[in-house]
Design a binder for this molecule. Structure first.
Ligand code: ZN
Length: 292
């Protein structure tokens, strides 16, 4: 994360007050639940054996060995509900399960995004805006963990990351939503005049996170880009990131004629996925393809 002085400096750059930490409601909850519901439908319909395994892994186990099953749609919001001060968005305090995850993964708030400069056409290891625990590396990590058949298949350890298989599943279904939010993967950087777009990789600032130095500012995934003009029809979106997270999702549902039914929207999307997105690459490679 940025240090506070930088955050202040950058916020000042964009004429805003000190902003809250990274998106309180990343992709917002309807979007995450819809992504989970699409996965639920596809698994149940085409991969029942995998579905059984997934739901068993996600189930909570009672003292008497009784199981309470949860869907991917239900757990898709957990990584946001695990963030501090997110009760307003989550609608409840963090659960014990989310608290345990947060305690084992202190840097979890940064798992949700990467900040590749828009000038780059693909994800490059160790370039400005990338991190070992960003959304790309974390999806790769959890996919490897979940697919590992022997201890030797497990992913290489990442410092500060420790996930049960259940946590890995709910993190995966959440991050697949986040990585499809453009402002979770591409970032605009500016010179210190706050007007000239720059690529921190070419300004000598690539070495530290975000490429931020004294000469480069960034927009915090669109959180510092205030929306100007008439209030959007569906509040409360006062910045570009938030608009995309919430307003755009609700408007897409309305445009599809499903009203507010997340289940109907998920059904519609599962039944008619966009052309040209399928890949023959193994899942471990998908996050880099998605970012690009
Ligand atoms: Zn997120």
């Amino acid at each position: 994360m940025l240090t506070v002085p930088y955050r202040l400096a950058i916020a000042a750059c964009f004429g805003l007050l000190l902003a809250a930490p990274r998106p309180a409601a990343a992709w917002d909850y309807p979007g995450h639940r819809i992504v989970g519901a699409i996965a639920d439908q596809i698994l149940q319909r085409y991969y029942p054996a995998v579905a059984a395994k997934v739901y068993y892994t996600l189930a909570t186990k009672g003292a008497a060995g009784d199981l309470t099953y949860r869907s991917l749609s239900q757990v898709a919001v957990f990584p946001d509900c695990a963030k501090p001060n997110n009760e307003r968005w989550c609608g409840r305090p963090s659960s014990d399960e989310e608290k345990a995850y947060a305690a084992d993964n202190k840097g979890h708030a940064a798992f949700h995004y990467t900040d590749v400069p828009l000038q780059r056409t693909q994800y490059e290891e160790n370039s400005a805006g990338t991190e070992k625990t960003d959304v790309v590396h974390m999806i790769e990590y959890v996919v490897r963990q979940l697919r590992a058949k022997t201890p030797a298949d497990k992913p290489a350890k990442i410092a500060g990351v420790k996930l049960t298989d259940s946590e890995a599943l709910w993190l995966l279904v959440h991050l697949v939503g986040d990585i499809h939010q453009p402002m979770h993967v591409g970032a605009r950087y500016y010179a210190s005049d706050c007007k000239t777009p720059v690529d921190p990789n070419t300004t000598g600032n690539a070495g530290n996170h975000f490429g931020i130095g004294t000469t480069v500012a960034e927009t915090q995934g669109g959180n510092f880009i205030a929306l100007d003009g008439p209030a959007p029809a569906i509040p409360p979106a006062d910045n570009l990131h938030f608009y995309w997270d919430g307003t755009a999702v609700v408007q897409a549902m309305q445009a599809a004629g499903v009203g507010n039914s997340e289940a109907d929207f998920a059904k519609l999307l599962a039944a008619s996925p966009p052309n040209g997105l399928a890949t023959t690459e193994p899942p471990e490679k998908w996050p880099r393809l998605w970012v690009a």
